[in-house]
Write a protein that binds this ligand. Structure first.
Ligand SMILES: *[C@@H]1O[C@H](CO)[C@@H](O)[C@H](O)[C@H]1NC(C)=O
Ligand SMILES: *[C@@H]1O[C@H](CO)[C@@H](O)[C@H](O)[C@H]1NC(C)=O
Ligand SMILES: *[C@@H]1O[C@H](CO)[C@@H](O)[C@H](O)[C@H]1NC(C)=O
Ligand SMILES: *[C@@H]1O[C@H](CO)[C@@H](O)[C@H](O)[C@H]1NC(C)=O
Length: 283
């Protein structure tokens, strides 16, 4: 029994095309078409390619059959149209219109079948979430010139470009989350939606400098409530000045002199995603 099963599996693998890469972005902006590409290979001696089919949530949306006229056919579904495909014996690319329903998770499957006698079929699936994700980390602006004194109060503002769904923001002071009143779940502010429904997020932070450390690291983390969550963050560091001479300089400095000191603001931006990406891509 086991031997038969293993033998059967071997025959299928040995005569099928292999999907080498299924290019489906994890997030798709519904304001433009999304391009999906499926790459496949066959071994020398394998029967030729019979067809490549694209499925969206298990509904066939596109078919490439090189032996037929016309070789490509698109099937529009109620959830979105499919543009012209560009396919050959190595890859098949299609453009898909996404629904303007944010946070919808859509599965796309590429299925490649080989000519007879066995018509071996292989497929691969990946998921796309409809969202406008942030391309950059949030912007941090500060009331301070960058060099602060012990006892001074600094106001920072973290804000993001328009996105959908808009992120909630969280501040970290030297890697410790900002303490907020327990009854306030989240006090991120959102702008009014633009024409496409996108909103900006912002959140201010008031810090009193009471540290003896030479600097304070302030990080703002933006989390878009997508499936999976999409996170970006930015960080600034405030240099704590203890020299009386420098303090006077900072206190006295207005306009142009502050410009010179503001070079002390060290900013670094990192964009990363927390996701079960590898788990999702293996179906
Ligand atoms: C397809 O994948 C199987 C299993 O990973 C491998 O044994 C086979 O050599 C591959 N065939 C091609 C054409 O790459
Ligand atoms: C992909 O292949 C699996 C098993 O080989 C099958 O159960 C599934 O229905 C296929 N998916 C599609 C969309 O054809
Ligand atoms: C699918 O929809 C697109 C855009 O609405 C249209 O241009 C195309 O002709 C349709 N294709 C089919 C096969 O209905
Ligand atoms: C923070 O910046 C945003 C975007 O520039 C602005 O809309 C918001 O009013 C600012 N918040 C504060 C408290 O300054």
């Amino acid at each position: 029994m086991t031997v038969l099963l293993v033998f059967g599996l071997f025959v299928v693998i040995a005569t099928a095309h292999n999907i080498t890469l299924l290019d489906v972005p994890q997030f798709g902006d519904p304001r433009r078409d999304v391009r999906l590409v499926c790459h496949y290979v066959s071994e020398t001696g394998d029967p030729p390619l019979h067809s490549v089919k694209w499925y969206r949530d298990n509904n066939e949306i596109f078919r490439f059959t090189p032996g037929q006229q016309p070789p490509t056919r698109a099937f529009n579904t109620t959830t979105g149209a499919v543009g012209r495909g560009s396919c050959n014996v190595h890859s098949c690319a299609i453009n898909v219109v996404l629904p303007k329903v944010y946070n919808t998770r859509i599965s796309f499957t590429c299925e490649v079948s080989t000519e007879g006698p066995r018509f071996a079929v292989v497929n691969q699936t990946k998921y796309l979430t409809v969202a406008v994700t942030l391309k950059d980390g949030p912007k941090i602006s500060t009331s301070s010139s960058g060099a602060v004194q012990v006892g001074e109060e600094v106001i920072l503002n973290c804000s993001t470009k328009p996105s959908l769904p808009p992120p909630t923001l969280q501040w970290f002071i030297d890697e410790t989350p900002e303490t907020v009143d327990p009854w306030i779940m989240d006090n991120t502010e959102f702008s009014a939606p633009d024409n496409d429904g996108l909103r900006s997020s912002s959140k201010a932070l008031r810090v009193r400098v009471d540290t003896m450390k030479p600097s304070i690291a302030l990080r703002c983390v933006a989390t878009q409530p997508t499936t999976p969550n999409f996170m970006t963050s930015s960080e600034v560091s405030l240099q704590v000045v203890r020299s009386p001479h420098l303090s006077m300089f900072t206190a006295a400095g207005s306009s142009s002199k502050i410009e010179a000191v503001s070079i002390a603001v060290v900013s670094c931006i990192s964009v990363h995603m927390f996701s079960k990406y590898s788990a999702l891509s293996e179906v």
